[in-house]
Design a protein around this ligand. Structure first.
Ligand SMILES: [Zn+2]
Ligand SMILES: [Zn+2]
Length: 258
C-alpha cells in the first residue's frame, strides 16, 4: 500500500492567530463524507476531530446528494476552512461540485449537473471517473463533460484499484486538466490518507489556481478500511436496516446506491 502521506503528517496545521491564517499553505483534504451520507459513520464532530488530529487545515466535504453536513462542519469549527461540496449522483455517475451555496438534486445528466454547479459559481470535479469495481463512475461521459470539467481525481484513497487512478491521470494529462487527490473518506478514524498543499482556498478561482501548482501527497487507506467498507456493503445487501451509525443524519431523499 502507498502510504506516503503519513510521513508528512502535521506539515500544516489548522492554526489561526488573531483571525489570520498563521501559515500560508493549506493542507487540504478533498472529497470527505459525513454521516449525512448513507454510507458513512463519520459525524461532523468526528470529521473535525480527525482534521485537528492530522493537521488538516482545509477540507472539502462532499456528501452524497447533500450539503447540510458540510454546512454543519463549517459552522462547528472556526479553526478549519471548510469548502461546502456535494457528490451528486447524476444519471451518468458521480460528479462533485465545490463552493456550493445551494443543494443540487440527484438524477440529472452529468452535463446538466455540471451546468447547475457552474450556475452558482462552483467548481466541477470528477471523482473516481474510471472505476471498474463499482458502477457509479462517469467513464465515457467524461468526454462530453470536457467543457465543464475543472479538475480530475487521480487518486481515490478508498479504491483498492490503482489502475483506475492511472487511467484518470492519463485522461487529465491528455486534456490538460488540473488534478487532485481525493480521500473519499467514509469511516470514523483517519481523514487524510492523501491530501494537497494549496496556497489559497479563498475562492473557486484561487483554489483552482492553487491546484495547478499544488504538491500532491498520494496515499491510500489500508486493508482494515477496505474490510470495514466491504462489510458495510454486504450488510446493506442482506439486511433491511443500515449498519448502526451509518447514515445517521442522511435525509430520506438520498438514493440507496453506492
Ligand atoms: Zn463516489
Ligand atoms: Zn465519495
Amino acid at each position: 500500500m502507498e502510504e506516503t502521506a503519513t510521513r508528512h503528517r502535521g506539515v500544516s496545521g489548522p492554526r489561526h492567530q488573531d483571525g489570520k491564517q498563521a501559515r500560508t499553505m493549506h493542507k487540504c483534504v478533498i472529497h470527505a463524507h459525513t454521516n449525512y451520507s448513507f454510507d458513512s459513520n463519520v459525524s461532523p464532530q468526528d470529521l473535525i476531530d480527525a482534521a485537528r488530529r492530522e493537521g488538516v487545515s482545509c477540507v472539502a466535504v462532499t456528501d452524497h446528494d447533500e450539503i447540510a453536513g458540510a454546512i454543519e462542519v463549517r459552522e462547528s469549527a472556526d479553526d478549519l476552512t471548510v469548502i461546502v461540496g456535494e457528490e451528486v449522483s447524476t444519471a451518468d455517475g458521480h460528479l462533485i461540485g465545490l463552493f456550493l451555496n445551494e443543494w443540487i438534486p440527484p438524477g440529472m445528466s452529468a452535463i446538466e449537473t455540471a451546468q447547475a454547479i457552474r450556475a452558482q459559481g462552483g467548481l466541477v470535479l470528477a471523482p473516481h471517473a474510471f472505476c471498474t469495481l463499482a458502477d457509479d463512475c462517469l467513464g465515457e461521459a467524461m468526454y462530453g463533460l470536457l467543457p465543464w470539467l475543472d479538475a480530475v481525481e487521480i487518486c481515490n484513497a478508498q479504491s483498492p484499484a490503482p489502475w483506475e487512478d492511472r487511467r484518470a491521470a492519463t485522461f487529465a494529462q491528455q486534456h490538460r486538466l488540473p488534478v487532485y487527490v481525493g480521500a473519499d473518506a467514509h469511516l470514523r478514524g483517519r481523514l487524510a490518507p492523501c491530501y494537497q498543499m494549496l496556497a489559497s482556498v479563498d475562492s473557486p478561482t484561487r483554489f483552482l489556481e492553487s491546484l495547478r501548482s499544488a504538491r500532491l501527497h498520494f496515499g491510500r487507506f489500508g486493508p482494515w478500511y477496505f474490510a470495514r467498507m466491504a462489510f458495510r456493503h454486504f450488510w446493506d445487501l442482506f439486511r433491511d436496516q443500515r449498519l448502526p451509525g451509518f447514515g445517521a443524519n442522511a435525509p430520506k431523499r438520498i438514493p440507496e446506491t453506492a
